[in-house]
Ligand binder design. Sequence first.
Ligand code: TYM
Length: 331
Amino acid sequence: MSRVFSGIQPTGNLHLGNYLGAIRNWVTMQDAHECIYCVVDLHAITVAQDPATLRAGIRDMTAALLASGIDPARSILFPQSQVRVHAELAWVLMCTARMGWLNRMTQFKEKSGKDREGASVGLFTYPVLQAADILAYQATHVPVGDDQKQHLELARDIAQKFNTDMSVELFPLPEPVIQGPATRVMSLRDGNAKMSKSDPSDASRVNMTDDADTIAQKIKRARTDAEVLPSEVAGLAGRAEAANLVGIMAALTDSSVAAVLAQYGGQGFGAFKPALADAAVAVLAPITARFNDLRRDTTAIDVVLAQGAVRARAIAEPVLAAVHRAVGFSG
Ligand code: TYM
């Protein structure tokens, strides 16, 4: 049996990195698997959030996922805070996870920066809540971008240790699904930094809400080197910005890096960038149009989320009951 689980934070806009790295795979996996997708609002408050912005963000992220092709008739789509199992299981798993394991998490180091002492405890234990998200549904496959690899390894370690400590076979070890030519989309301003919702420069990312002109402008201004594109993949070594744009092109056109280079090798960015902008607009414009339409009907969005939560609870609550028995809270 296979079951897919994944999550996304409702902070900021859905961007091209989220879409090409993860959401596209969420959409295709619906064809062959039982899928559960979560708007992770509990994770969002590990850093300060304005309540009104968070409330709007949960709905907007839901509308963006629906616009991208998540189908609530087939998949479960719900907000994490409406299913209490996540927080409760996270507590139990915090007693399974070891300090040393969490101390190794690179995302905490990046996000807490120079102010480790001032970071919330939640930001430190964030990956344990992520493990609880996955394990509450006994999920077997987790489609994510490359940046979540370490958190997924931790989820596997936690699952394994819980099973061993309690002499049960309750949690399957979840497999990360990191696939496609754009598992790590980089900033348009810096080929060595991840494209991210939290980058202060809006020019660093293509948002799913950007119109065609904005997308074309951002791609035109994207940082590049002065060389022409190579004809072979090996020629991208040491050219982070070029590799990033070629990877994005491959993902947008359902192609491969080699095929894109076979077509554009020898050409400069003056020719490549307009083609890339066209490819981006072709994929994003219909999603943006659906998003702008869907987000207006907040009642319909709330219904999707409430119905999703009911279905999610029906799966997660029996798992939590089994956890209670395994640890000795109940007979
Ligand atoms: P989040 O909200 O940062 O990102 C959502 C998804 O988008 C992927 N992603 C990217 N992929 C490629 N290139 C990029 N530049 C890029 N930026 C983001 C992420 O890898 C992710 O798949 N902790 C998670 C959310 C989460 C979760 C979970 C995921 C909570 N619980 C359980 C899987 C399973 C996060 O903050 O993703």
